[in-house]
Design a binder for this molecule. Sequence first.
Ligand code: 26Q
Length: 799
Amino acid sequence: AWKRNQIASFTDKDGFEKEVVRHVETTLARSMFNCDEIAAYSATSLAFRDRLITHWNKTQQRQTYVDSKRVYYLSLEFLMGFRIEDVVKQEHDAALGNGGLGRLAACFLDSLATLNFPAWGYGLRYRYGIFKQEIIDGYQVEVPDYWLDFNPWEFPRHDVTVDIQFFGQVNKKTTGGRTISVWEGGEIVRAVAYDVPIPGYDTPTTNNLRLWSSKASGGEFDFQKFNNGDYESSVAEQQRAETISAVLYPNDNLERGKELRLKQQYFWVAASLYDIVRRFKKSRRPWNEFPDQVAIQLNDTHPTLAIVELQRILVDIEGLEWDAAWEIVTGTFGYTNHTVLPEALEKWPVGLVQHLLPRHLQIIYDINLFFLQSVEKAFPSDREILRRVSIIEESQPKMVRMAFLAIVGSHKVNGVAELHSDLIKTTIFKDFVEIYGPDKFTNVTNGITPRRWLHQANPRLSELIASKCGGNEFLKDLTLLNQLEKHIGDKKFRKEWAEIKYANKVRLAKHIKDTTGVVVNPASLFDVQVKRIHEYKRQQLNIFGVIHRYLTLKAMTPDERKKQLPRVSIFGGKAAPGYWMAKQIIHLINSVGAVVNKDEDIGDLLKVIFLEDYNVSKAEIICPASDISEHISTAGTEASGTSNMKFVLNGGLIIGTCDGANIEITREIGESNIFLFGNLSEDVEDLRHAHNYGSHTIDPDLDKVFNEIEDGTFGNPHDFSAMIAAVRQHGDYYLVSDDFHSYIETHQLVDEAYRNQDGWIAKCITSVARMGFFTSDRCINEYAEEIWNVEPLAVDRRS
Ligand code: 26Q
């Protein structure tokens, strides 16, 4: 019934049009005769928004009334992308994230709402999201990402504010025979809530994403100072406060200890916890019931201070005993790890924490003391273990190890794919498995929302699938895709499938032409690698492989060339602005493209494209248009990867290493439907050791590629000397040479397989049919059962 009453007006064209006109004429006070694109966009989104708000209010009222356990997902990044497809080109990605981790958070919000879980997301409302990437003379240039002034999807809550304290000192005070610590002085910054409604698919449930914005606490500015003539410093204070939520740090898988980043983390965590505690207190339950009412998930270590902050609230403000408080804290938190890369593990200098959050540092030391005492009791003969597991690293300067703090303060720790979860248990967190036992550590393999990544990104394929799988139910139960397999023998179905892929490639070819000027033939094999640029993800392996292909084609006679399969190698992705090597990789890709794309011997046989400013809305154009995509990280380095899932779900095959979720994808879709290559993660350590202490002979084909670069074929060889030296002289940490031969051979197999179009399409359909496991709905249900202990709230369909 809710569907008919509430959504009917969306599908009823006339009703919807009337609402748009009403908004143009009344809300915007314009006439339909001077309705420009921005006005049309505003009115359209306002018409949608009105429906959304009704569901949103009802969901919030109902969740308050029932007051069952809620989930709080704390993430410094939510990579949303809010486009209404082609309404107008006005809408802009909500690019509040870097890559995988931020996009995962957005998929989780979609699944939480769709599955009717009472859940909130908490994040920061950055004024500037991830930078826009421009390519100028083959180099990445960063441009600030100006947020739209008019964002119809956010609701400022000027009445929901929290004052956040920084700096100051801790004083001991005795009242009634009890000594308490009081944090005093310092400065106050005000957090203001901005709410974004998160509608579920095919349900009225509409959850809330609360983003905090920073503001000077004294209102506009300090009038006292202003009246005293100190205008500059009153404005400066306001600007300093607003700096906290000004910009998203553009690092992905790299930790950089900057004070402002720590300020962001505490600001966001403290505001969110205040909000969560305030909501809990309304129910007037005893404190020991807090973990029965509240589950907080930490998206990586970025919100780890929440553990310390909750302990502070309970002990210092609410007056609980330490042990009782700590039981509540550990019962509340779960921690998700997204990386094993040592350079990405968060650490903060003790001195910085002391300065910014003096009381929190004391609490961290106490948490560490009690933890180490328990370890010492359990392992009395092992003196080394205390040094290894201490939350404080006894280095110069001393550091707080955030991952260790997150483990100690949570009841569950999970990795994001099976291999990754096994690796963290046997490497970086090995001692903690000994201490807590294996049950504290678990795996929840990542997933993606099929609503965005199939239905919205690839509407024609979604429709074809629906016609074979009994309607749109598969979008809520992705295992229903398995019905596709029985249609593989159906010639007409395969033809329709192939036509849709071709049409998606034509669309991408047009985008390539419009943005780069290069004309590509949509009948070529489209080979795609789009993701953040990182040495561990090995875009350098890909471009070296492309050069190898180019040299092979150049060495052929024209007759031999005619027998070759045309290919387009498509790259896209941002490099962190301070990551010099990643920027060199982008430059090499563009330099190779500049030579290859104008080589008349080669023509359509090979094109090399770098797509500027890869983001969520570009991904929606690229994923449906791929024939093969590359997921080729050094084994053991990519925690999961999620674009691998997006590409397969859109009917593309993948070439990849035995890493992250590739392994589980292989298990689900079958070994014959994926192109795996390269060394295994268990061999990586020995290979690295051999490079450094034994002999390291470079693969001869790769050597030829290097020689060609050094001959100046792709521009000034000096520009690329560091990339080559990383392999030849500096130990080839990412095993580019070790995997090169296997990589090239596997690409040969890809070519051969693609020549058999019928067989190829059959592989694609089989793969899609077996992708049901990788929905974020399955993933959220696993978190709910194994970590959060929460249940969906039955939907009231009468409203
Ligand atoms: C940390 C400290 C200071 C500044 C920035 C950061 C920072 C920011 C973002 C560190 C890491 C990130 C992002 C990490 C990330 O995206 N990891 C990816 O998470 C995906 C979802 O689980 C996985 O699929 C990927 O394998 C993993 O790389």
